[in-house]
Structures are given as C-alpha cells and as structure tokens.
Design a protein around this ligand. Structure first.
Ligand code: DQA
Length: 146
C-alpha cells in the first residue's frame, strides 16, 4: 500500500514559522515520524511539499495509478482552492485532511474548508501527531476496502 503525503504552502518553514501555533518540529522531523509510523503499519509513504497550487494539483494527478490514498495538509489552500478539491475528486483517491493547529479555534476564515466535505475525515489540533492520526485512519480505511 502506498500513501502520498502532501504539504501545502509555507509548511517548508515549519520549526521557524510561528512555533507557538505550529510547534517546534521541522517538516523533516515530522516526515521522520510519519516514516517510522508507516514502517510500523507496513505501508510505503511518499512526500511532496509545494508553495504552488498548480504543482500540488499536478502531484495529486500524478498519484493516480501509483498511490492508494493521500494524507494532505493543504495549508492556506484549504480555505481557497477549488482546483485542489477538483483534483482530489477527479482522481477519486481517498484522502484525509490534516492540520497541525486547531483551525476552528483561530480566525473565522480558517473554519471553512473546501476539501473537508469530500475527505474521508479531518484531523486538526494535535500538532505533528495530526499527520500520524490521519495516516492511521487512512490505512485502517484502505485495509477494510482492499
Ligand atoms: C494549517 C492551517 C491553515 O489555516 C494555515 O493556512 C496553514 C497551516 C495547519 O496545519 O494548521 O498554513 O493547515
């Protein structure tokens, strides 16, 4: 089983970026945790981060036929991107939306997600563990349907 883990804009700056909101771990450290969990769950993971909406759309499209599902932190594109929503719908890849912060406890515009209603589920507010919980949920789902 292969899972694509996608990170949206500004997540390359994790560790230095608003650590009070997003935590002290770098993206590399978070990916290390995800890789260890993937080994435990006996699944493969592939990572991709981009600050560009089009590049993320291209990566979702490229996953078709190669990956079984997607864990995505769309970052700010969560709240704006119809293109990312459409790409995920077009591929019909099961996906989990994750956020480090609790988006519901922040500015009102962060409460709206253009992906949440077509996601398998959403995990937010647990810092780096949101990714791990999202991966566990996705793998449990895929194991049931495969
Ligand atoms: C985020 C929440 C988004 O609102 C924000 O734009 C981000 C990160 C999170 O992981 O908490 O860049 O997705």
């Amino acid at each position: 089983m292969k899972i694509l883990v996608l990170h949206g804009p500004n997540l390359n700056l994790l560790g230095a970026r608003e650590p009070g909101v997003y935590g002290a771990d770098s993206l590399g450290e978070i990916e290390g945790r995800i890789t260890r969990l993937a080994a435990e769950l006996d699944v493969e993971v592939e990572f991709y981060q981009s600050n560009s909406e089009g590049a993320l759309v291209d990566r979702v499209q490229a996953a078709l036929g190669h990956c079984d599902g997607v864990v995505i932190n769309p970052a700010a594109y969560t709240h704006t991107s119809i293109a990312l929503r459409d790409a995920l719908l077009a591929t019909a890849l099961p996906f989990v939306e994750v956020h480090l912060s609790n988006v519901h406890a922040r500015e009102p515009f962060r409460r709206e997600s253009l992906l949440a209603d077509v996601a398998l589920g959403t995990v937010c507010g647990f810092g780096a563990a949101s990714y791990e919980l999202g991966l566990r949920g996705l793998v449990a789902y895929l194991s049931r349907i495969h």
